[in-house]
Design a binder for this molecule. Structure first.
Ligand SMILES: [Zn+2]
Length: 96
């Protein structure tokens, strides 16, 4: 069992029970858990740094950037295509 350290005194903390509905909701939605320190009485939210969610977040950011890049390139391609006058248009037939 890996114990989280207290941010106030550095002692080992223990898992604390969720008291209210909002605490239960945060616990369900995030990887944070309530810890309590027996040394100084500190009680608060801590997250295990070894959580695999971090890698997932990095992958999400990378995939988001790739999607953004493809969308930007596609938009630039479409703008270039729209700005280029088609051959045989009125613009080229203005010679005196
Ligand atoms: Zn403490």
């Amino acid at each position: 069992m890996s114990g989280m350290l207290c941010p106030q005194c550095g002692a080992r903390t223990h898992r604390s029970h969720t008291n209210s509905f909002s605490e239960r909701l945060i616990k369900a939605l995030t990887s944070y858990k309530i810890y309590r320190c027996r040394e100084c009485g500190w009680r608060g939210w801590l997250r295990n740094s070894k959580s695999p969610k971090r890698r997932h977040t990095v992958r999400t950011i990378i995939s988001l950037l790739v999607t953004l890049l493809i969308t930007t390139l596609l938009a630039l391609y479409l703008i270039e295509k729209l700005n280029t006058p088609a051959p045989g248009s009125d613009y080229q037939q203005q010679t005196p």
